[in-house]
Design a protein around this ligand. Structure first.
Ligand code: NAD
Length: 295
């Protein structure tokens, strides 16, 4: 007769209020997605302009929905009302779940995660939307790493179905269950993956970006590459356009983190075109100039 440990099965936490840290490309999209699916979201940034942009993005997505007859005025108002922009940590204190989406910098994220833990309730769940930084490394800044995991949305959040949920070595099963349930409630498809540089999707995507960079150094024309990948190969967007959508700065930070994590596979070139563009302040769609110019 087996003497298996009895495990008390606890109910999965029902997330009724989300908080999103960072109102950039991703934070704005995540707050919108939460609100539109009926989970109100507090959205915090350090910058008033960023909060305005985050809200504007939500309004733009809803406006397009109205044009297509998929959203009515009441839904638009309810969704926008369900997003509370703030510059104050104290507004986060009642959140059941916090999704950190600040800049892709381990130091900044470490500080922000600690500040979050000091603010929220003991049983609140804390997630990071990092693209590449180790969840175990980020967990070191927390006192209760069991309530922490990665929750990696893709850009643009309202269109991309996948969410990678990244289990750190200390993440509890209850945390994973609650994040899976919340992902489904937010209308997305969760997959649970282990912690490694780039997780699953960026492990595939970043070698592709690196290969594209090398092709440019060999003299390829980026518009021709995009055209082939889009029109002939059939992908929704080519690598140059995709890098502009992601953000050249964010992509460059992420490529550095991957190079540190797996140097034998992802070592960077000094003259990587995306690094040169980042230094020249060509950040992609977010500042109107990347591979392409945006009006
Ligand atoms: P972004 O540059 O558009 O936005 C970052 C925001 O964080 C800015 O508004 C900035 O003001 C804010 N911020 C900085 N420090 C802060 C702090 N201490 N507290 C609160 N807000 C702060 O960046 P993004 O593209 O939205 O990326 C955010 C995160 O999402 C990164 O970890 C990135 O790797 C990840 N991510 C990005 C993409 C993408 O395609 N851009 C996709 C998936 C995941």
């Amino acid at each position: 007769k087996s003497k298996g440990k009895k495990q008390a099965k606890s109910a999965t936490k029902d997330v009724k209020l989300n908080a999103v840290l960072g109102a950039g490309i991703m934070g704005g999209g995540i707050a919108y997605q939460s609100a539109v699916k009926g989970i109100p979201a507090v959205m915090k940034d350090i910058n008033r302009d960023a909060l305005d942009l985050g809200l504007k993005e939500a309004a733009t997505i809803l406006g397009k929905g109205m044009q297509r007859g998929k959203v009515d005025a009441a839904k638009m108002a309810a969704t926008l009302n369900a997003i509370t922009p703030t510059l104050e940590y104290s507004t986060l204190k009642d959140a059941d779940m916090v999704i950190e989406a600040v800049v892709e910098n381990p130091k900044v994220k470490g500080i922000v995660l600690k500040e979050v833990e000091d603010t929220v309730a003991d049983d609140a769940i804390i997630c990071s939307n990092t693209s590449t930084i180790s969840i175990n490394q980020l967990a070191e800044s927390l006192e209760k790493p069991e309530r922490f995991c990665g929750m990696h949305f893709f850009n643009p959040v309202h269109k991309m179905p996948l969410v990678e949920i990244i289990r750190g070595k200390d993440t509890s099963d209850d945390t994973i269950a609650a994040v899976v349930a919340t992902t489904l409630k937010m209308g997305k498809t969760p997959i649970v993956v282990n912690d490694c540089p780039g997780f699953l999707v960026n492990r595939v995507l970043f070698p592709y970006f690196a290969g594209f960079g090398k092709l440019l150094l060999d003299g390829a024309d980026f518009t021709a590459v995009d055209k082939v990948m889009e029109k002939v190969f059939g992908w929704p967007m080519g690598p140059a356009y995709l890098m502009d959508v992601v953000g050249i700065d964010t992509g460059d930070h992420a490529a550095n983190v991957m190079a540190e994590g797996i140097p034998e596979r992802m070592a960077r070139l000094d003259n990587d075109p995306s690094t040169l563009m980042y230094k020249a302040d060509r950040l992609g769609q977010k500042n109107g100039k990347g591979f392409y110019n945006y009006g």
